[in-house]
Design a protein around this ligand. Structure first.
Ligand SMILES: Nc1ncnc2c1ncn2[C@@H]1O[C@H](COP(=O)(O)OP(=O)(O)OP(=O)(O)O)[C@@H](O)[C@H]1O
Length: 567
């Protein structure tokens, strides 16, 4: 059936519409329509009769109609914008700012995604996403993927009695600006229009979003890192991960070290006004130093969870981090957060680098392990960005490599030494390791052979003491001991029985390693003296056997892998 156009009411009199012969697909209908309007508007009957029936008129008619439609569209959009400006409060949230995450998560909680038609599918990982899990036929959420709405289309929803419109836009930077490959040059922003005159509605919404965000992220510690050079506004922290919050009592340190750091941080946070009145920058620096695997990073993650702070962690060894980047990234760390620099000694040349000073170099990376200079680091620590209630943490395995200027009070206010495990730590680690109940272990570990009756607390203490007796004081890191225990997850008795053998095997492996290292150095020295290249020597050195990989049939390598995974 053919559709006939309705007769517009605004026609002054008869004309082609009224005749019943008019049809939109008929070009002569349009020319008659136009000429009748020209007639009525300007009384130009001569022009009208000249144009009538002319092919030019058809083109002109379409042109004028198109222009009218476009003008109408622009006019209505102009009116809509005025209406929005008058009747709505607008707010923009830029990626890189914490408020952006609050709003993104708020939109997810509001189920605004129900209206979205555009999703980014991401596999679930420790990376933070504010998406929804796909639901399978049984009504269960898929554990592996998450659908993150892109909000590219404006979405209208109701919140607290207000109409709110949310849209997300991408901010691109000029592609030809000569940015290095992989550089972050774009970010997103979310714009909210709250249809009200009441400004309080917006602040209530933001406050609500923030509280909701804190609630949702409570069981986690959020860690922001920087893994790419960034040229977008506020886009220094390009990667976000969430880690399960670690209970403080899972960190086993000597004495009450952890409690001391926590009490100090709490006091600092509560004394903002005092700092301001005294004219002292409200910042506090902590340096945790000691051998690898003794719990420095774990301490910081546990503290962050306890204090409800997010961590902004930067590695000075990254090749895009220079003084300028460090300064900007540091000043974009929000208040009430932890700014962490791990392995801070990377900023300075090591002794080996110093020894190599006079040799010709291929490039700047050979000269220093970082592009950050001591003065750049000191400026950052003293600068505006380091104020405002932030905690600064630095870790190092080499205290002796740090310049005294870096660790003077005011920059580093508390230094904490971490040592290799004592017998007390070994025993506490053992007891904690085996105090978990069966029900939190996966079914696969409940096999008939492995299944043991629960040991009583007294028995665990007895085994823990026997275990600790075999561990020499200050010789193994907590991580190494944990790695060993991971080989006996369900077998505390065996763990206690075999530990002596493990200690002997480890000591032997270390001796061999030391010997290999010594021989390598001697060969390098000999080759230097005889003027030979180092390459030939490398071949020989690489031929040395690696660390002995097992003892008593239990692979040490599996323990090693487990250590890194356990963090
Ligand atoms: N004191 C400790 N208490 C409990 N677990 C520990 C302790 N020390 C190390 N671990 C465990 O060992 C692993 C590595 O620890 P962590 O990364 O905190 O050590 P680190 O001192 O920061 O090492 P690095 O100097 O190499 O960064 C983690 O899985 C952690 O659980």
């Amino acid at each position: 059936m053919e559709a006939r156009a309705a007769v517009p009411m605004f026609l002054p009199d008869g004309g082609p519409f009224m005749t019943g012969s008019w049809h939109p697909s008929n070009p002569s209908s349009w020319s008659s329509f136009l000429s009748s309007w020209v007639n009525r508007l300007w009384g130009a009957s001569v022009l009208s009769s000249f144009l009538a029936g002319s092919p030019m008129l058809n083109t002109l008619a379409i042109l004028i109609l198109g222009t009218l439609i476009e003008a109408g569209r622009r006019l209505s959009s102009w009116f809509f914008q005025r209406f929005q400006l008058r009747l709505a409060i607008s707010a923009q949230f830029q990626q890189g700012d914490p408020a952006y995450d609050w709003i993104l998560q708020f939109l997810t909680k509001q189920k605004v995604w129900r209206l979205a038609r555009d999703f980014r599918v991401a596999s679930k990982s420790s990376k933070r996403q504010w998406g929804i899990g796909a639901v399978d036929r049984g009504g269960q959420e898929d554990e592996y993927v998450e659908y993150v709405p892109t909000y590219n289309q404006p979405q209208l929803f109701r919140w607290n009695g207000y109409w709110v419109e949310a849209s997300r836009t991408h901010m691109y930077h000029p592609a030809n600006a000569g940015f290095p490959p992989g550089a972050v040059t774009a970010g997103s922003s979310i714009t909210l229009h709250v249809y009200t005159w009441n400004m309080k509605a917006l602040s209530d919404l933001v406050k609500h979003a923030r509280l909701q965000y804190l609630q949702v992220s409570k069981p986690h510690v959020i860690i922001h890192t920087s893994d790419k050079p960034s040229y977008g506004p506020g886009m220094y922290w390009t990667d976000v991960k969430k880690k399960a919050r670690r209970p403080l009592n899972s960190i086993i340190l000597e004495g009450n070290t952890l409690e001391k750091i926590l009490a100090d941080a709490r006091e600092f946070i509560s004394m903002e006004r005092w700092y301001n009145n005294a004219g002292i920058p409200h910042r506090r620096g902590y340096l945790l130093y000691g051998p690898p695997g003794t719990g420095k990073s774990s301490t910081i993650y546990a503290l962050a969870g306890e204090l409800g702070m997010e961590i902004y962690s930067l590695s000075l060894a990254s090749d895009f981090v220079d003084d300028n980047f460090l300064q900007k990234a540091s000043s974009s760390v929000p208040k009430n957060s932890i700014f962490l620099i791990e392995d801070v000694d990377c900023a300075f040349p090591s002794r080996e680098d110093e020894d190599e000073k006079d040799k010709p170099r291929r490039g700047r990376r050979d000269e220093y392990r970082s592009f950050v200079t001591l003065s750049g680091l000191l400026n950052t620590l003293d600068g505006v960005g380091s104020e405002e209630g932030k905690l600064f943490f630095a870790t190092t395995n080499h205290l002796d490599r740090l310049d005294p200027a870096l660790i003077r009070p005011g920059r580093i206010d508390m230094k904490v030494e971490y040592k290799l495990a004592t017998k007390g730590q070994a025993s506490a680690l053992f007891a904690r390791f085996y105090s978990f109940k069966d029900d939190i272990l996966p079914d696969s570990m409940h096999s008939v052979d492995e299944k043991k009756e629960h040991l009583t607390d007294g028995e665990i203490t007895r085994l823990a003491n026997a275990f600790a007796k075999a561990i020499p004081e200050h010789e193994f890191s907590t991580a190494e001991i944990q790695g060993y225990l991971l080989g006996f997850k369900k077998d505390p008795e065996q763990a206690a029985a075999c530990v002596g053998e493990w200690v002997v095997a480890e000591q032997k492996r270390r001796e061999e390693e030391l010997q290999a290292e010594k021989e390598k150095k001697e060969k390098v020295k000999a080759s230097k003296d005889s003027g030979q290249g180092v390459n030939g020597i490398n071949g020989i050195v690489n031929g040395f056997p690696g660390p002995s990989a097992s003892f008593s049939g239990r692979p040490l390598s599996s323990a090693g892998v487990a250590v890194s995974a356990a963090g």
